[in-house]
Design a protein around this ligand. Sequence first.
Ligand code: 6R9
Length: 629
Amino acid sequence: MAEDFEVKLEKKAYIPAPHYLANSALGNYKEAYNKFTSDPDGFWDEKARELKWMRPWEKVREWNHPYARWFTSAKLNITENCLDRHVNNGRRNKLAIIWRGEDGREEVLTYRQLYRSVMRFANALKSLGVQKGDRICFYMPFVPEHVVAILACARIGAIHSIVYAGFGAEALHSRIRDANAKIVITADVGKRRGKTIPLKSIVDDAVRNAPSVEKVIVLCREKCPLELYSELEVDFYGIQEGMSDECPAEEMDAEDPLFILYTSGTTGSAKGIVHACGGYMVGTHYTCKYIFDIKENDVYWCSADPGWITGHSYIVYGPLSVGATVVITETTPDYPDYGVWWSIIEEFGVSIFYTAPTAIRMFMRVGEEWPNKYDLSSLRIIGSVGEPLNPEAFEWYYRVIGKNRCPILDTWWQTETGMHMITTPLGMPMKPGFAGVPIPGVFADVVDKDGNPVPAGQGGLLVIKGPWPSMMRTVYNNDERYRKYWTQIKDYYTVGDLAVKDDDGYIMILGRSDDIIIVAGHNLGTAEVESALVEHEAVAEAAVIGVPDDIKGQAVKAFVTLVQGYEPSQKLVSELTYHVRMSIGPIAMPNAIEFMDKLPKTRSGKIMRRLLKAKEMGIDPGDISTLEE
Ligand code: 6R9
């Protein structure tokens, strides 16, 4: 990478009201961080002790690069912390889950009800022959039973592998095969934007030539009872009939796998990221308590799906481990209209809301009259995850949703990290465009390709220096791919993102390093240029790629979608080009700008630049199983 990778940094900061810091579980960031660095093992030891274990650990960690073991020889079951602990400690009748279906139907489960449902389903799984260590593949809509089934797997030590129920049969098939799943759990249908999606028939295709599958469990939502055609199929509630609702928690070693979650690689097949019971539990509990600052009376809503790591860590395991009331919903943000999410916040009194930049930018495009129709005064904290939250989107989110009052937690992390890694903890000044600082518990830095820290203002590669409890343990069936993360830059964990720090140590994420654009020897992160484009009032979303250029090596090509009311024109192209020139410099000026109705995105809302690039260059795009249609 070139040395002169300068990044223009914003100077603006927002100061949160003092009570956020005064009441926060984390307290003063610097103090907490210093406490961590002075004794990292002691720090995690203390955090782990807040949870229930069946047997304590011998050592907090054993680090044998690139392999870590956390809480050695300790025994636990994560569901004891998500369920038993609350049922036995005064939260028995507290709402654990509030569900809202697309048709407006609602269901609620108290902690006690959830506990009983989990144990009953766990017994049903056992009756099908499921044992500790067996893999169970999910292809479920987002209904309460989804959460029940996840926890039931964890209860008996079965390893879940959740596949988002928007993927096609082939993606599902390859994930079932890779994990050798014994059971597939699905439903007859999913609902999305008023349409009924026949999940079961997709599963029918996917389990062909998947000899490991012994049973397909089907939840009936429509024409019940289900007609089950093959010997393979059983009914979700049918198998629970007569089952006891008591099921002791399986004793799990801290290092036993809890789940596999497939994440798309840039090239080649999806990677099965493996997380371990003990460290993952500690990491997700810690961040829910100390970063999200979830309190007894909070109503917490994360708009992700359980099919993503965000759903695993911040819908299911983390929030339930702190005993929160969690809102879940099958709704999309634009159906039946753009007000549905804001109505959910108003009706349930959501106090912590966690969503993705792609949703925020969509709401910006359609106008603030939608959220303004609803009372959002219950909100206390608003969060973002998944992509860089560009300054334009930050300001809109802060003003229109947070009413200039709620701190924004822009949390940077990955499927591989399991938990939040970088954010702006409550009480600290928030800088639009910057995710923030490494949270206590995490050593992160921005370095050059040899691992030397780069000075403030200079772009480089984001790395994590040393292990953390909720780090992935391996890539399923492919440990080689795991080792690669830890052997590219010194002995650091290579994140694969570009970033820059400012003088205060705040980190701005500039995009994936695979997507880097090198113009005349200057490195440009995609986020920088996209952010500049989105600043323009006509632009809703932007994606940029590097295309070959005879003179400059690479040139910037931009793809943009427009805010409602704007039309593509040559004049707008010139205006946008000029705008980028003024905000970043001539080097970043796009050579070409293409107007699009929609940008290609993953189903979790991330822009797929490599697809744009492959199309532009007429090359193979690699794995596109995660693409939204
Ligand atoms: C949790 C999740 C990980 C990649 C990551 C980065 C991007 C996530 C971000 C962010 C900027 C943030 N990313 N959070 N970029 N700011 N707050 O999204 O996991 O699906 O594995 O994606 O997403 O590029 O490397 P995952």
